[in-house]
Design a protein around this ligand. Structure first.
Ligand SMILES: [Zn+2]
Ligand SMILES: [Zn+2]
Length: 474
């Protein structure tokens, strides 16, 4: 009697944190992994979800909501150690193209030859060769369009819906005859420049369980500080910087943010907000490959022709990463806008190296438009007072003095505001809401606010490693 078996969720990562997001769903005996991320702010074993909890039985299916590394970075380990042959990884059509690109790139950052790493308790590590071999030898992906019904396990079905956020990002509805669950993945209700907002499915009934992200739960939603006002404020800062003869750095992520910023800058030019002849440069490499995937799926975007991305910008090809800034300067000779990865100025990344140069002149401007984790260089730099010393490389004592005062954060997030998150939860009206993928103050606020709005429902904010029984076996 399968219907007598319980439904439970074990948080393997992403409980009261934005880390290696991964949730083990035990659905009446079938084991489904919802996302399998990697925490890029950590190294080795610490960067992985708590896969030890999977034990020897492994998983029957994996659902990956989108191609960001914090949701898919540990997929190679799952494929190698926990997903038997013939088992499937369910993704959306664009994600199928994006995921191998993202994994190859993250493998490049985490080279650890087989058998030579003490950090991983696995024989196999995330080196580049293994990743490419793995994808060449196995076709694990089952790619689905939005709204398509697919079978996950015995009697259990799923369907993706657009969650906004980035190209191909999805939430997923799971159901059998008796129960239903929605997992939002990363979700945005608002339209961005090139990305649509989410399109929530109109289900016939309220759902039983909602697993929902909480990224912006601690940030007050300000109705006066909307996206348009924020875009104008950013354009003003960019203009001032260019007029001073300075360069602008917009730290960015290769997937989603880079494409969004390039099209946003182009639309600022069309609207006369910044000079039309200002060069926009992005860092060649992963971003270029991702731009090509954007060009393949214009129907997943909100009306802009994605070809604009390559027309409106130039890629900086730097063969020697130490010469990056010099190369870029030689390419432009005039004040320019650099859309460089990573968005958090991760130490050693192209944007961090460029920032090191730019903060040493008061003419330049560095403007953040994404979440920056407290352990990253971007966090230190954004919060530093002019005249402070910062440490671009934690392995060396070298410090640089921050001369540039023009460092500012802008709210152009690809995640829903906390009011929007509550309205998304209202839409599904679940019996149980589970708040994940957020710092403790974020999950706390959402958990509390949802409880007040829905006193009849159960609201939870589990920590990583916690198991929640959603239905008992009685
Ligand atoms: Zn994401
Ligand atoms: Zn995420």
């Amino acid at each position: 009697m399968t219907s007598r078996k319980p439904i439970s969720i074990t948080v393997l990562g992403g409980g009261r944190e934005i880390g290696a997001n991964s949730y083990l769903l035990d659905w009446k005996g079938s084991r489904i992994l919802l996302d399998c991320g990697l925490d890029v702010t950590k190294k080795g074993y610490e960067s992985l979800p708590r896969f030890d909890a999977l034990g020897k039985r492994g998983v029957d299916a994996v659902i990956v909501t989108h191609a960001h590394i914090d949701h898919v970075g540990s997929l190679p380990i799952i494929m190698d150690a926990y997903l038997g042959r013939g088992r499937r990884v369910h993704v959306t059509v664009p994600s199928k193209k994006l995921i191998p690109l993202m994994l190859m790139d993250s493998a490049k950052m985490q080279v650890c030859p087989r058998g030579q790493s003490e950090d991983y308790p696995y024989e196999w590590c995330l080196d580049r060769q293994s990743v490419s071999k793995m994808f060449a030898s196995r076709s694990v992906f089952a790619a689905h369009t939005f709204g398509e019904k697919f079978r996950i396990a015995d009697g259990l079905f799923g369907s993706f819906f657009p969650s906004g956020h980035i190209l191909g990002a999805a939430g997923v509805v799971l159901w059998d005859g008796g129960h239903s669950l929605v997992y939002t993945g990363d979700i945005a209700k608002h339209k961005q420049t090139i990305h649509n907002g989410c399109m929530l499915p109109d289900l016939a009934d309220d759902i039983d369980f909602l697993l929902i992200e909480s990224t912006r739960g601690s940030i007050e939603s300000d109705p006066n500080n909307d996206r348009k006002a924020e875009t104008h404020a950013l354009a003003e800062e960019i203009n001032d910087t260019l007029q001073r003869g300075g360069h602008v750095l917009l730290p960015s992520f290769a997937l989603g943010k880079t494409q969004e910023l390039i099209v946003l800058l182009e639309s600022m030019k069309w609207d006369g907000l910044i000079p039309v002849d200002t060069p926009v440069l992005y860092h060649h490499g992963l971003s270029s490959a991702i731009n090509k995937v954007y060009e393949m799926y214009p129907e997943y975007l909100n009306g802009y022709d994605p070809k604009i991305i390559s027309i409106a910008s130039r890629r900086v090809t730097a063969f020697n990463v130490n010469d990056e800034f010099k190369t870029a300067q030689e390419l432009t000779r005039v004040p320019s806008i650099f859309v460089f990865t990573s968005g958090m100025l991760s130490r050693g990344s192209p944007s961090a190296r460029l920032a090191e140069e730019l903060v040493q002149s008061e003419k330049n401007g560095i403007f953040f438009t994404s979440y920056v984790a407290p352990e990253e260089f971007g966090y230190e730099l954004a919060g530093a007072a002019t005249g402070d010393f910062v440490q671009p490389d934690l392995k060396s004592d070298r410090r640089i003095r921050v001369i540039c005062p023009h460092r500012r954060r802008f709210s152009l997030s690809s995640h829903a505001t906390r009011d929007d998150l509550l309205s998304i939860a209202d839409h599904f009206n679940p019996r149980v809401a589970v708040w994940v993928h957020g710092e403790p103050e974020s999950t706390e606020w959402l958990n509390h606010s949802f409880s007040e709005r829905h006193p009849e429902a159960l609201s939870l904010q589990p920590a990583t490693e916690q198991k929640i029984i959603l239905t008992d076996s009685q």
